[in-house]
Design a protein around this ligand. Sequence first.
Ligand SMILES: Cc1cc2nc3c(=O)[nH]c(=O)nc-3n(C[C@H](O)[C@H](O)[C@H](O)COP(=O)(O)OP(=O)(O)OC[C@H]3O[C@@H](n4cnc5c(N)ncnc54)[C@H](O)[C@@H]3O)c2cc1C
Length: 291
Amino acid sequence: MSSKNLRRDFKNRADLIRYLQLTFPDEAHRDANISPMRGGREAGLALLKTIDPSDYGKSRNHLDGAVTKLSPYIRHGALTLTEVRDHALDITNKPQFEANKFVFELAYRDYFQHVYAKEGVSIWDDLEPYKTGFVANDYADNLPNDVLTAQTGVAAMDAFIRELYQTGYLHNHARMWLAAYVVHWRRIKWQAGARWFLQHLLDGDPASNNLSWQWVASTFSQKPYFFNLTNLQKFSHGHYYDTTSNVGHEIFDLPYEVLEKQLFPHKPQNDRPTRKPKKSGKRRQRPHHYE
Ligand SMILES: Cc1cc2nc3c(=O)[nH]c(=O)nc-3n(C[C@H](O)[C@H](O)[C@H](O)COP(=O)(O)OP(=O)(O)OC[C@H]3O[C@@H](n4cnc5c(N)ncnc54)[C@H](O)[C@@H]3O)c2cc1C
């Protein structure tokens, strides 16, 4: 059904929820709920008033950090990037230091939009070859059922998938971990993961989404993004939203060097990424994601 044909007049939220559940009964098997996030400019402006850009830089990589959840409002034009930036600069004491990281991330969104404008539908193609030692044909075309039904047996990944279905939102780090798990541990084409995210994210946006998936996969970066258990635990504090279980996490529990050889056995040795990339400003490097 086209979104143009959807009803928009409801007496209250309960009415809206009932209508959506009746209209999309197939979503029930995915444990889908109606997201608690409210749409519209009014809700966006109310949320904007609560943001804390001064704490953002230090904490944004942590699942409980000062991230804003503004992305659905920005994505759908309820808030503009300019007004979000201006508000962040207005409310910080030393904007050039305190709001720096936050404004940087807004700029990243803008950058992805520019790449999309230039590349067009080609953002669905590999922009560069994989740097994993594998070629595109080595990756599966589709997501397997255990991923789609949040039954991978890897506690954190299953929790992130449930969170995605239930709220339409995932923290950036959770998106990176889940994307890396899908592409590198399960060896599935990033396009399958990108299509899946776009179906469920309230901020689903081909530019930020596809280019981030390509960045993880290494078709839009110089090396694949992957992580280990220490990183997962450090930034999640062992909590995966609705579970503290560690079931299945042994696949991540290795030093980076060992994990890298396991995940990318054909990758040339001299091409191995260092864990502390130089801040050289080279194109397509996002060093902060390695924190
Ligand atoms: C695999 C993957 C898929 C993604 N898919 C999308 C998507 O479909 N739509 C989308 O808007 N973002 C996407 N992102 C980028 C990022 O994860 C989200 O923008 C961010 O998590 C949104 O949450 P927030 O509003 O709380 O962000 P905050 O951390 O509060 O950041 C404020 C705003 O800055 C921008 N921003 C923050 N981080 C990034 C980033 N890494 N890249 C680009 N812009 C950023 C967003 O507009 C965000 O609303 C994806 C990232 C990954 C790794």
